[in-house]
Write a protein that binds this ligand. Structure first.
Ligand code: SAH
Length: 221
């Protein structure tokens, strides 16, 4: 496979990124750990070169295979709700472009991320090491099943819309662990935080309406 062309993170890109972080801060994200991670990760590295000018708008963008890189505000909001501590083992469902996974890495997490779409998995699996993200572990698989061989996790982040909380993922969460999931039908979801209790039960809280692509069953070519 041919590696992607070496990208540069110019003074202009850094400036645009600072402005984007400022926009997100003004929209209510005050978590410094999140804002600093967003200022570090060059979002344009996750775009095809012909669309670079869209990388620093606070908007979602198509990444192929009918999928999208989430809106920066949404990435920041989910990352804030996840409340990552340095060294946490974090499982992400829906690798997509890999951008969110790199944000979690910059927040100090040990990141495991699953993608069900083979083409996206392959592309991102090749891209991340070229950007220096060697220790973000990417997997091709069905996120509904999680990663039993690597469980338990301190945190689980789902970046696709699910109709219900997947039981298998709750099982792979440590007691006291947090799972963040956009819960609901395909057209609109409620951002939901699930905290697992010591007895295996859990407590839910709701954090507003969002729109994600659906979490689909099984792997796809
Ligand atoms: N986090 C991504 C954006 C995710 S878009 C980023 O930062 O770019 C949602 C992704 O979830 C898509 O790539 C989609 O293919 C994937 N997906 C949907 N259902 C899935 C499942 N069951 N298991 C793993 N990935 C899934």
């Amino acid at each position: 496979m041919i590696p992607p062309p070496k990208m540069t993170d110019s003074f202009r890109h850094k400036g645009l990124r600072k402005q984007l972080v400022e926009t997100i801060r003004k929209k209510g994200i005050t978590d410094l750990q999140v804002l600093q991670a967003m200022e570090k990760v060059p979002r344009h590295f996750f775009f095809d070169s012909s669309f670079l000018e869209y990388a620093y708008e606070d908007k979602p963008f198509p990444i192929g295979a009918g999928q999208t890189i989430s809106q920066p505000y949404t990435v920041a909001f989910q990352s804030m709700l996840l409340d990552v501590k340095r060294g946490d083992r974090v499982l992400e469902i829906g690798t997509g472009s890999g951008y969110q996974a790199c944000i979690l890495y910059e927040m100090g997490a040990k990141v495991f991320t699953i993608e069900r779409h083979k083409g996206l998995y392959t592309k991102t699996n090749q891209l991340l090491p070229t950007l220096g993200y060697h220790s973000v572990k990417t997997f091709f698989g069905d996120g509904y099943k999680g990663l039993p061989a690597f469980a338990p996790f301190d945190r689980i982040l789902i970046t696709a819309a699910a109709p219900t909380i997947p039981d298998l993922l709750i099982n792979q969460l440590k007691p006291g662990g947090i799972l963040v999931i956009p819960l609901g039908p395909d057209d609109i979801q409620t951002m939901t935080v699930v905290v697992k209790e010591a007895d295996g039960g859990y407590i839910k809280s709701e954090h507003g309406a969002f729109r994600f692509v659906p979490m689909l069953k099984d792997r796809a070519k």
